[in-house]
Write a protein that binds this ligand. Structure first.
Ligand code: PHE
Ligand code: NA
Length: 445
Protein backbone atom coordinates (compact mmCIF):
# COMPACT_ATOMS: atom_id res chain seq x y z
CA UNK A 1 0.00 0.00 0.00
CA UNK A 2 1.25 3.42 -0.92
CA UNK A 3 0.08 5.04 2.31
CA UNK A 4 1.64 6.92 5.19
CA UNK A 5 1.89 5.49 8.65
CA UNK A 6 0.28 7.87 11.17
CA UNK A 7 3.62 9.12 12.36
CA UNK A 8 4.76 9.24 8.72
CA UNK A 9 1.83 11.49 7.93
CA UNK A 10 2.58 13.86 10.80
CA UNK A 11 6.21 13.99 9.77
CA UNK A 12 5.43 14.54 6.08
CA UNK A 13 2.76 17.16 6.76
CA UNK A 14 5.10 18.90 9.20
CA UNK A 15 7.83 18.65 6.56
CA UNK A 16 5.51 20.33 4.09
CA UNK A 17 4.52 23.03 6.56
CA UNK A 18 7.99 23.82 7.86
CA UNK A 19 9.77 25.59 5.04
CA UNK A 20 11.12 28.89 3.82
CA UNK A 21 7.90 30.33 5.21
CA UNK A 22 9.12 29.65 8.75
CA UNK A 23 12.83 30.32 8.56
CA UNK A 24 13.01 33.08 5.97
CA UNK A 25 9.63 34.75 5.71
CA UNK A 26 8.26 34.65 9.26
CA UNK A 27 11.31 36.37 10.81
CA UNK A 28 11.49 39.13 8.23
CA UNK A 29 7.76 39.85 8.31
CA UNK A 30 7.85 39.87 12.12
CA UNK A 31 10.79 42.28 11.91
CA UNK A 32 8.94 44.56 9.54
CA UNK A 33 5.84 44.72 11.70
CA UNK A 34 7.79 45.43 14.85
CA UNK A 35 7.78 42.10 16.71
CA UNK A 36 5.54 41.10 19.62
CA UNK A 37 2.16 42.40 18.54
CA UNK A 38 2.56 40.82 15.12
CA UNK A 39 3.58 37.52 16.68
CA UNK A 40 0.47 37.58 18.86
CA UNK A 41 -1.84 38.26 15.93
CA UNK A 42 -0.07 35.56 13.95
CA UNK A 43 -0.59 33.03 16.74
CA UNK A 44 -4.29 33.87 16.87
CA UNK A 45 -4.53 33.56 13.08
CA UNK A 46 -2.91 30.12 13.25
CA UNK A 47 -5.16 28.94 16.08
CA UNK A 48 -8.52 30.18 14.80
CA UNK A 49 -8.11 30.34 11.05
CA UNK A 50 -5.12 28.28 9.93
CA UNK A 51 -5.96 25.28 12.07
CA UNK A 52 -9.61 25.48 11.01
CA UNK A 53 -8.74 25.30 7.32
CA UNK A 54 -6.13 22.63 8.02
CA UNK A 55 -8.80 20.46 9.68
CA UNK A 56 -11.08 21.17 6.72
CA UNK A 57 -8.57 19.90 4.17
CA UNK A 58 -7.68 16.95 6.40
CA UNK A 59 -11.27 15.79 6.88
CA UNK A 60 -12.04 16.01 3.16
CA UNK A 61 -8.85 14.20 2.20
CA UNK A 62 -9.05 11.42 4.74
CA UNK A 63 -12.71 10.85 4.02
CA UNK A 64 -12.44 10.69 0.22
CA UNK A 65 -8.96 9.11 -0.07
CA UNK A 66 -8.64 10.51 -3.58
CA UNK A 67 -7.19 13.38 -5.62
CA UNK A 68 -8.39 16.91 -4.81
CA UNK A 69 -10.98 17.18 -7.61
CA UNK A 70 -12.53 13.78 -6.94
CA UNK A 71 -12.43 14.38 -3.17
CA UNK A 72 -14.66 17.44 -3.48
CA UNK A 73 -17.18 15.58 -5.64
CA UNK A 74 -17.24 12.54 -3.35
CA UNK A 75 -17.62 14.59 -0.17
CA UNK A 76 -20.41 16.87 -1.44
CA UNK A 77 -23.97 16.14 -0.33
CA UNK A 78 -25.28 15.86 -3.90
CA UNK A 79 -22.16 14.31 -5.51
CA UNK A 80 -22.34 17.12 -8.04
CA UNK A 81 -19.60 16.62 -10.65
CA UNK A 82 -19.05 20.38 -10.92
CA UNK A 83 -17.23 20.35 -7.60
CA UNK A 84 -14.31 18.94 -9.57
CA UNK A 85 -13.52 22.54 -10.54
CA UNK A 86 -12.40 23.16 -6.95
CA UNK A 87 -9.46 21.04 -8.04
CA UNK A 88 -8.05 24.18 -9.73
CA UNK A 89 -6.12 24.75 -6.50
CA UNK A 90 -3.55 22.12 -7.40
CA UNK A 91 -2.20 24.51 -10.05
CA UNK A 92 -1.00 26.79 -7.23
CA UNK A 93 1.33 24.06 -6.00
CA UNK A 94 3.10 23.89 -9.36
CA UNK A 95 3.27 27.68 -9.62
CA UNK A 96 4.70 28.08 -6.12
CA UNK A 97 7.14 25.26 -6.74
CA UNK A 98 8.42 27.04 -9.86
CA UNK A 99 9.75 30.04 -7.96
CA UNK A 100 10.35 28.19 -4.66
CA UNK A 101 12.85 26.03 -6.54
CA UNK A 102 14.61 29.17 -7.80
CA UNK A 103 14.83 30.58 -4.26
CA UNK A 104 16.16 27.24 -3.02
CA UNK A 105 18.76 27.63 -5.76
CA UNK A 106 19.86 30.99 -4.28
CA UNK A 107 20.19 29.26 -0.91
CA UNK A 108 22.31 26.51 -2.46
CA UNK A 109 24.63 29.24 -3.68
CA UNK A 110 24.80 30.61 -0.10
CA UNK A 111 25.72 27.15 1.20
CA UNK A 112 28.59 27.01 -1.26
CA UNK A 113 29.87 30.57 -0.80
CA UNK A 114 29.64 30.24 3.01
CA UNK A 115 32.52 27.78 2.78
CA UNK A 116 34.79 30.42 1.29
CA UNK A 117 34.46 34.08 2.12
CA UNK A 118 31.53 35.78 3.78
CA UNK A 119 30.93 39.49 3.05
CA UNK A 120 32.11 41.79 5.83
CA UNK A 121 29.94 44.78 4.99
CA UNK A 122 26.24 45.20 4.32
CA UNK A 123 26.84 47.06 1.07
CA UNK A 124 29.06 44.26 -0.23
CA UNK A 125 26.54 41.62 0.88
CA UNK A 126 23.71 43.52 -0.77
CA UNK A 127 25.62 43.83 -4.03
CA UNK A 128 26.52 40.13 -3.96
CA UNK A 129 22.88 39.16 -3.47
CA UNK A 130 21.79 41.50 -6.28
CA UNK A 131 24.41 40.04 -8.60
CA UNK A 132 23.43 36.47 -7.78
CA UNK A 133 19.75 36.89 -8.55
CA UNK A 134 20.04 39.16 -11.56
CA UNK A 135 23.35 38.29 -13.17
CA UNK A 136 24.55 34.77 -12.39
CA UNK A 137 22.06 33.16 -14.73
CA UNK A 138 24.25 30.18 -15.62
CA UNK A 139 24.74 29.23 -11.99
CA UNK A 140 21.09 29.79 -11.15
CA UNK A 141 20.03 27.44 -13.94
CA UNK A 142 22.39 24.78 -12.57
CA UNK A 143 21.01 25.22 -9.01
CA UNK A 144 17.39 25.19 -10.17
CA UNK A 145 18.12 22.03 -12.16
CA UNK A 146 19.68 20.39 -9.10
CA UNK A 147 16.74 21.25 -6.88
CA UNK A 148 14.14 20.27 -9.47
CA UNK A 149 16.01 17.02 -10.13
CA UNK A 150 16.05 16.20 -6.42
CA UNK A 151 12.32 16.89 -6.06
CA UNK A 152 11.53 14.76 -9.11
CA UNK A 153 13.78 11.94 -7.91
CA UNK A 154 12.01 11.85 -4.53
CA UNK A 155 8.42 11.96 -5.77
CA UNK A 156 9.10 9.32 -8.44
CA UNK A 157 9.58 6.85 -5.61
CA UNK A 158 6.07 7.41 -4.32
CA UNK A 159 4.41 8.41 -1.08
CA UNK A 160 5.95 5.87 1.25
CA UNK A 161 9.39 5.15 -0.23
CA UNK A 162 9.90 8.71 -1.46
CA UNK A 163 8.05 11.36 0.52
CA UNK A 164 7.76 9.61 3.90
CA UNK A 165 11.37 8.45 3.73
CA UNK A 166 12.92 11.81 2.84
CA UNK A 167 11.01 13.42 5.72
CA UNK A 168 12.19 10.68 8.04
CA UNK A 169 15.76 11.67 7.17
CA UNK A 170 15.63 15.42 6.71
CA UNK A 171 13.24 16.46 9.50
CA UNK A 172 15.40 15.09 12.34
CA UNK A 173 18.50 16.63 10.73
CA UNK A 174 16.69 19.95 10.49
CA UNK A 175 15.72 19.61 14.15
CA UNK A 176 19.32 18.95 15.15
CA UNK A 177 20.69 21.94 13.24
CA UNK A 178 18.04 24.27 14.62
CA UNK A 179 18.62 22.96 18.15
CA UNK A 180 22.35 23.65 17.74
CA UNK A 181 21.71 27.17 16.46
CA UNK A 182 19.23 27.80 19.30
CA UNK A 183 21.75 26.68 21.89
CA UNK A 184 24.32 29.03 20.41
CA UNK A 185 21.78 31.87 20.39
CA UNK A 186 21.04 31.13 24.07
CA UNK A 187 24.66 31.84 24.95
CA UNK A 188 24.46 35.34 23.49
CA UNK A 189 23.57 38.36 25.64
CA UNK A 190 21.14 39.45 22.96
CA UNK A 191 18.93 36.37 23.46
CA UNK A 192 16.79 38.08 26.09
CA UNK A 193 16.45 41.06 23.79
CA UNK A 194 15.18 38.74 21.06
CA UNK A 195 12.67 37.23 23.50
CA UNK A 196 11.32 40.59 24.52
CA UNK A 197 11.22 41.76 20.89
CA UNK A 198 9.08 38.76 19.96
CA UNK A 199 6.90 38.54 23.04
CA UNK A 200 6.19 42.00 24.34
CA UNK A 201 3.46 43.34 22.15
CA UNK A 202 3.36 47.00 21.20
CA UNK A 203 -0.14 47.38 19.86
CA UNK A 204 0.55 50.72 18.23
CA UNK A 205 2.33 48.70 15.55
CA UNK A 206 -0.81 46.78 14.60
CA UNK A 207 -2.74 48.06 11.63
CA UNK A 208 -4.83 46.48 8.85
CA UNK A 209 -1.73 45.55 6.89
CA UNK A 210 -0.25 43.66 9.82
CA UNK A 211 -3.47 41.71 10.37
CA UNK A 212 -3.62 40.72 6.74
CA UNK A 213 0.04 39.82 6.60
CA UNK A 214 -0.50 37.56 9.63
CA UNK A 215 -3.48 35.87 8.00
CA UNK A 216 -1.67 35.34 4.68
CA UNK A 217 1.34 33.98 6.50
CA UNK A 218 -0.86 31.59 8.50
CA UNK A 219 -2.15 30.04 5.25
CA UNK A 220 1.20 29.88 3.53
CA UNK A 221 3.07 28.47 6.49
CA UNK A 222 0.56 25.66 7.02
CA UNK A 223 0.61 24.76 3.29
CA UNK A 224 -3.09 25.54 2.88
CA UNK A 225 -5.08 26.35 -0.24
CA UNK A 226 -3.04 24.30 -2.71
CA UNK A 227 -4.45 20.86 -1.96
CA UNK A 228 -1.28 19.65 -0.27
CA UNK A 229 -2.85 18.83 3.08
CA UNK A 230 -5.89 17.31 1.38
CA UNK A 231 -3.66 15.13 -0.79
CA UNK A 232 -1.43 14.02 2.09
CA UNK A 233 -4.52 13.28 4.20
CA UNK A 234 -5.80 11.07 1.40
CA UNK A 235 -2.86 8.79 2.20
CA UNK A 236 -3.65 8.84 5.92
CA UNK A 237 -5.21 5.56 7.09
CA UNK A 238 -8.96 5.97 7.52
CA UNK A 239 -9.00 5.19 11.23
CA UNK A 240 -6.11 7.55 12.12
CA UNK A 241 -6.89 10.53 14.35
CA UNK A 242 -6.81 13.45 11.90
CA UNK A 243 -7.75 15.97 14.60
CA UNK A 244 -4.79 15.21 16.80
CA UNK A 245 -2.46 14.94 13.80
CA UNK A 246 -3.55 18.37 12.57
CA UNK A 247 -2.88 19.89 15.99
CA UNK A 248 0.58 18.37 16.08
CA UNK A 249 1.49 19.68 12.64
CA UNK A 250 0.31 23.20 13.47
CA UNK A 251 2.20 23.03 16.75
CA UNK A 252 5.45 21.89 15.12
CA UNK A 253 5.18 24.52 12.40
CA UNK A 254 4.53 27.29 14.92
CA UNK A 255 7.30 26.15 17.24
CA UNK A 256 9.84 26.11 14.42
CA UNK A 257 8.80 29.58 13.25
CA UNK A 258 9.22 30.96 16.78
CA UNK A 259 12.58 29.23 17.23
CA UNK A 260 13.81 30.51 13.85
CA UNK A 261 12.73 34.00 14.91
CA UNK A 262 14.55 33.77 18.25
CA UNK A 263 17.73 32.54 16.57
CA UNK A 264 17.73 35.19 13.85
CA UNK A 265 16.83 38.11 16.12
CA UNK A 266 19.47 37.10 18.67
CA UNK A 267 22.05 37.15 15.88
CA UNK A 268 20.83 40.49 14.54
CA UNK A 269 20.71 42.20 17.93
CA UNK A 270 24.10 40.82 18.90
CA UNK A 271 25.53 42.66 15.91
CA UNK A 272 23.35 45.71 16.46
CA UNK A 273 21.74 45.19 13.05
CA UNK A 274 18.20 46.44 12.32
CA UNK A 275 15.33 43.95 12.55
CA UNK A 276 13.31 45.48 9.72
CA UNK A 277 15.50 44.57 6.77
CA UNK A 278 12.77 42.94 4.67
CA UNK A 279 13.35 39.94 2.41
CA UNK A 280 17.12 40.56 2.48
CA UNK A 281 17.25 39.80 6.21
CA UNK A 282 18.52 36.27 5.73
CA UNK A 283 20.44 36.88 2.50
CA UNK A 284 22.16 40.17 3.31
CA UNK A 285 22.12 40.92 7.06
CA UNK A 286 22.96 37.45 8.38
CA UNK A 287 26.06 36.71 6.24
CA UNK A 288 27.67 39.96 7.42
CA UNK A 289 27.07 38.97 11.04
CA UNK A 290 28.44 35.47 10.47
CA UNK A 291 31.58 36.91 8.88
CA UNK A 292 32.33 38.75 12.12
CA UNK A 293 32.45 35.43 14.01
CA UNK A 294 35.39 33.89 12.17
CA UNK A 295 35.49 30.15 11.56
CA UNK A 296 32.61 29.54 13.96
CA UNK A 297 30.61 32.01 11.89
CA UNK A 298 31.33 29.99 8.78
CA UNK A 299 30.18 26.80 10.44
CA UNK A 300 27.01 28.55 11.58
CA UNK A 301 26.46 30.03 8.12
CA UNK A 302 26.77 26.67 6.39
CA UNK A 303 24.51 24.96 8.95
CA UNK A 304 21.92 27.69 8.70
CA UNK A 305 21.67 27.60 4.91
CA UNK A 306 21.72 23.79 4.87
CA UNK A 307 18.79 23.87 7.31
CA UNK A 308 16.94 26.14 4.90
CA UNK A 309 17.59 23.73 2.02
CA UNK A 310 16.36 20.74 4.04
CA UNK A 311 13.23 22.58 5.16
CA UNK A 312 12.60 23.73 1.61
CA UNK A 313 13.02 20.33 -0.05
CA UNK A 314 10.41 18.66 2.15
CA UNK A 315 8.01 21.52 1.32
CA UNK A 316 8.81 21.37 -2.39
CA UNK A 317 7.89 17.69 -2.75
CA UNK A 318 4.52 18.46 -1.15
CA UNK A 319 3.73 21.12 -3.74
CA UNK A 320 3.87 18.76 -6.71
CA UNK A 321 2.11 15.78 -5.08
CA UNK A 322 -1.47 17.12 -5.52
CA UNK A 323 -0.91 17.39 -9.29
CA UNK A 324 0.66 13.95 -9.49
CA UNK A 325 -2.24 12.36 -7.65
CA UNK A 326 -4.67 14.21 -9.89
CA UNK A 327 -3.17 12.84 -13.11
CA UNK A 328 -2.70 9.38 -11.63
CA UNK A 329 -6.24 9.02 -10.28
CA UNK A 330 -8.30 10.91 -12.83
CA UNK A 331 -6.41 10.12 -16.01
CA UNK A 332 -4.83 6.79 -15.13
CA UNK A 333 -1.30 8.11 -15.64
CA UNK A 334 1.56 6.10 -14.21
CA UNK A 335 3.45 7.96 -11.46
CA UNK A 336 6.35 8.19 -13.86
CA UNK A 337 4.35 9.80 -16.64
CA UNK A 338 2.64 12.22 -14.21
CA UNK A 339 6.01 13.19 -12.76
CA UNK A 340 7.53 13.81 -16.18
CA UNK A 341 4.59 16.03 -17.14
CA UNK A 342 4.32 18.04 -13.90
CA UNK A 343 8.09 18.10 -13.46
CA UNK A 344 8.57 19.64 -16.91
CA UNK A 345 5.89 22.24 -16.22
CA UNK A 346 7.39 23.53 -12.99
CA UNK A 347 10.95 23.21 -14.26
CA UNK A 348 10.10 25.28 -17.34
CA UNK A 349 8.16 27.89 -15.37
CA UNK A 350 11.06 28.07 -12.93
CA UNK A 351 13.38 28.96 -15.80
CA UNK A 352 10.93 31.68 -16.82
CA UNK A 353 10.84 33.00 -13.23
CA UNK A 354 14.60 32.96 -13.02
CA UNK A 355 15.12 34.73 -16.35
CA UNK A 356 12.50 37.31 -15.44
CA UNK A 357 14.88 38.64 -12.78
CA UNK A 358 17.92 38.71 -15.02
CA UNK A 359 19.27 42.04 -16.18
CA UNK A 360 20.42 40.65 -19.50
CA UNK A 361 17.44 38.51 -20.44
CA UNK A 362 14.26 39.51 -18.77
CA UNK A 363 14.25 42.37 -16.30
CA UNK A 364 12.67 44.64 -18.90
CA UNK A 365 9.77 42.30 -19.44
CA UNK A 366 7.18 43.29 -16.91
CA UNK A 367 3.43 43.16 -17.06
CA UNK A 368 1.58 45.70 -14.90
CA UNK A 369 4.84 46.41 -13.12
CA UNK A 370 5.52 42.82 -12.09
CA UNK A 371 7.91 40.34 -13.65
CA UNK A 372 7.06 36.66 -14.07
CA UNK A 373 8.55 35.72 -10.70
CA UNK A 374 6.42 38.30 -8.88
CA UNK A 375 3.34 37.30 -10.87
CA UNK A 376 3.63 33.66 -9.82
CA UNK A 377 3.98 34.74 -6.21
CA UNK A 378 1.12 37.27 -6.40
CA UNK A 379 -1.30 35.00 -8.29
CA UNK A 380 -0.83 32.19 -5.79
CA UNK A 381 -0.57 33.85 -2.36
CA UNK A 382 -2.86 36.79 -3.03
CA UNK A 383 -5.49 35.26 -5.29
CA UNK A 384 -5.57 31.51 -5.80
CA UNK A 385 -4.75 30.34 -2.25
CA UNK A 386 -7.25 32.57 -0.42
CA UNK A 387 -9.85 31.71 -3.06
CA UNK A 388 -9.21 28.00 -2.57
CA UNK A 389 -9.47 28.35 1.21
CA UNK A 390 -12.74 30.20 1.01
CA UNK A 391 -14.20 27.65 -1.43
CA UNK A 392 -13.15 24.84 0.92
CA UNK A 393 -14.85 26.52 3.91
CA UNK A 394 -18.07 27.34 2.07
CA UNK A 395 -18.11 23.83 0.64
CA UNK A 396 -17.90 22.18 4.06
CA UNK A 397 -20.12 24.72 5.77
CA UNK A 398 -22.98 24.63 3.27
CA UNK A 399 -22.66 21.78 0.76
CA UNK A 400 -21.63 18.82 2.88
CA UNK A 401 -23.80 16.77 5.22
CA UNK A 402 -23.32 18.18 8.73
CA UNK A 403 -24.17 14.87 10.39
CA UNK A 404 -21.42 13.10 8.47
CA UNK A 405 -18.83 15.74 9.45
CA UNK A 406 -19.90 15.64 13.07
CA UNK A 407 -19.44 11.87 13.13
CA UNK A 408 -15.93 12.14 11.68
CA UNK A 409 -14.92 14.72 14.29
CA UNK A 410 -16.56 13.19 17.32
CA UNK A 411 -14.78 9.89 16.70
CA UNK A 412 -11.71 11.77 17.89
CA UNK A 413 -12.86 14.82 19.82
CA UNK A 414 -15.79 16.39 21.69
CA UNK A 415 -18.99 17.79 20.19
CA UNK A 416 -17.99 21.19 21.57
CA UNK A 417 -14.79 21.22 19.53
CA UNK A 418 -16.75 20.21 16.46
CA UNK A 419 -19.27 22.99 17.01
CA UNK A 420 -16.55 25.61 17.36
CA UNK A 421 -14.86 24.36 14.20
CA UNK A 422 -18.16 24.31 12.32
CA UNK A 423 -19.00 27.94 13.18
CA UNK A 424 -15.48 29.03 12.28
CA UNK A 425 -15.86 27.28 8.91
CA UNK A 426 -19.28 28.74 8.19
CA UNK A 427 -18.82 32.32 9.29
CA UNK A 428 -15.52 33.50 10.71
CA UNK A 429 -13.02 32.16 8.21
CA UNK A 430 -14.92 33.10 5.03
CA UNK A 431 -15.40 36.65 6.27
CA UNK A 432 -11.78 36.98 7.33
CA UNK A 433 -10.61 35.72 3.94
CA UNK A 434 -12.91 38.05 2.03
CA UNK A 435 -11.37 40.97 3.89
CA UNK A 436 -7.87 39.67 3.13
CA UNK A 437 -8.79 39.20 -0.48
CA UNK A 438 -10.29 42.62 -1.09
CA UNK A 439 -7.40 44.30 0.67
CA UNK A 440 -4.74 42.44 -1.29
CA UNK A 441 -6.46 43.34 -4.51
CA UNK A 442 -6.24 46.96 -3.39
CA UNK A 443 -10.01 47.38 -3.14
CA UNK A 444 -9.99 47.96 0.60
CA UNK A 445 -6.69 49.71 1.10
N1 PHE B 1 4.41 25.78 4.13
C1 PHE B 1 5.56 25.98 3.29
C2 PHE B 1 6.50 26.99 3.95
O1 PHE B 1 6.24 27.48 5.01
C3 PHE B 1 5.19 26.45 1.91
C4 PHE B 1 4.15 25.65 1.22
C5 PHE B 1 3.04 26.28 0.69
C6 PHE B 1 4.27 24.28 1.08
C7 PHE B 1 2.07 25.56 0.04
C8 PHE B 1 3.30 23.54 0.42
C9 PHE B 1 2.21 24.18 -0.10
O2 PHE B 1 7.50 27.32 3.38
NA1 NA C 1 5.60 26.86 7.22
Amino acid sequence: MNKFSRIGFILAAAGSAVGLGNIWKFPYVTGEYGGGAFVLVYLLAILFIGLTVFLAEAVIGQNAQSDVATSFVKTSKTKNENWKFAGFMIISGLLILSFYSVVLGWILDYVITSFSALPTEASVAGAAFEKLISDDIGNLIVYHTLIAGTVIFIVLKGVKAGIEKINLILMPLLGIILAGLLIYALTLDSFSQAVSFMFSPDFSKINGDALLAALGQAFFTLSLGVGTIMTYSASLPKEANFVKSSFYVALVDTTIAIIAGLIIFSFLFEAGAPSAAGPGLVFISLPVIFSGWGVLGQVIAVSFFVALVFAGITSAVSMIEPSLKFFIERFGFTRRKATILCGSIFYGLGIVALLSMSKAYGAELTFFGKNAFDWMDFMTSSIMMPLAAIITCIFLGYFVDKQMLQEKFTKHTSVAVFNIWYSLIRYVVPIAIIILFLNKLGILS
